[in-house]
Design a protein around this ligand. Structure first.
Ligand code: TA6
Length: 315
């Protein structure tokens, strides 16, 4: 369970530990020292470290580690909705629920496990969930760590009900950056976006990379499947590859909103940036028996390359 057969089984590590609330976490370690940590609370990746032990995801110093609230940081899973609509909490209930380790998941493509250490988690609706969202589903999440330290997440959501249902989805990814004013995003140029600061009014992005001088809260629509987040000060670039996730949420709360958030340090907006692979504008519709898959892969490369085009990263 939890890793593919292969030459480095003896080196890759899959360990279940308990957190300070007694909640299980799964630690994945690659042979070169990279690691990822997934909490069974919310199926949330709460840490992703490179082979030098550097933390690549942001976690608020004032995060509340007390269920059912999701910890502010890491990669919360937003399902079945993203943003305020209807009776559910803002980003859905999946990130506030206890998941289980799935010991017998339906098979995935071999490339989804070859050379990786991984864990398969499962979320099924509890009685109280069915009261607020009356749809039977199975949500399987595979979190894997590649030999080179890349982090991959595969969500498979199956409708096991007798009627269709719709949902929105996001991997709410809190990236750790050195200084938000030294960060730019490439790959979203010229796209339309919905601006959450203007009642989701639709605008069109101008032609150059996105940089940050104030609060940004946007949903970019119909985005390419490769996005680069360049941290100039750290000379490193996050490469985000995705499938089944047409939209990208970009969010930085900036100073005023940070000060109003109890679980975020007043100045911590400078060290974080949410860039979320998502499916929001057009909800996903599943008929009975149908399954949707949303893949995200995060890697980090040195920023010494010329960033004029993203073809560097198309493998
Ligand atoms: O667009 C991202 C966003 O919806 C922001 O409007 C802000 O509310 C943020 O997510 C909240 O994230 P949280 O992790 O607190 O649910």
């Amino acid at each position: 369970m939890g890793h593919s057969a292969g030459i480095w089984d003896q080196k890759s590590e899959f360990e279940v530990v308990k957190d300070w609330n007694g909640i299980s976490q799964v630690v994945l370690r690659s042979p070169r020292g990279a690691s990822a940590r997934v909490s069974l609370h919310g199926g949330q990746v709460i840490s992703w470290r490179n082979d030098r032990g550097e933390e690549l995801l942001f976690t608020s110093s004032k995060a509340i580690f007390k269920p059912p609230k999701a910890m502010r940081g890491g990669i919360p899973i937003c399902f079945p909705q993203f943003g305020n609509c209807g009776s559910l909490e803002q980003h859905g209930f999946a990130r506030n629920k206890m998941w289980s380790i799935d010991n017998d998941p339906p098979p995935l493509h071999p490339s989804d496990s070859d050379g990786k250490v991984f864990v398969d988690l499962l979320l099924s609706p509890a009685e109280e969930d069915l009261k607020c969202w009356p749809h039977c589903f199975e949500f399987r999440l595979r979190v894997s760590l590649g030999m080179n330290g890349d982090l991959a997440m595969i969500s498979r959501i199956r409708n096991i009900d007798a009627k269709p249902f719709n949902f929105s989805f996001a991997y709410h990814t809190y990236l750790s950056v050195s200084d938000i004013s030294e960060v730019r995003i490439e790959g979203l140029e010229t796209l339309d976006y919905l601006d959450n600061l203007c009642q989701r009014e639709r605008f069109t992005e101008q032609g150059d990379a996105i940089t940050f001088e104030s609060e940004v809260d946007r949903i970019y629509l119909g985005s390419p499947n490769i996005i680069a987040v360049i941290d100039h000060e750290k000379k490193r670039t996050f490469v985000i590859k995705k499938e089944g996730l047409p939209d990208v949420v970009v969010w930085n709360p900036w100073e005023k909103k940070s000060k109003s958030m109890t679980d975020l340090g007043d100045e911590e907006y400078k060290q974080m940036l949410c860039v979320d692979g998502a499916a929001i504008e057009r909800q996903i519709t599943l008929k009975p028996g149908e399954e949707w898959t949303g893949r995200l892969e995060l890697s980090v490369v040195p920023s010494s390359y010329c960033s004029d085009d993203l073809d560097h990263f198309r493998s």
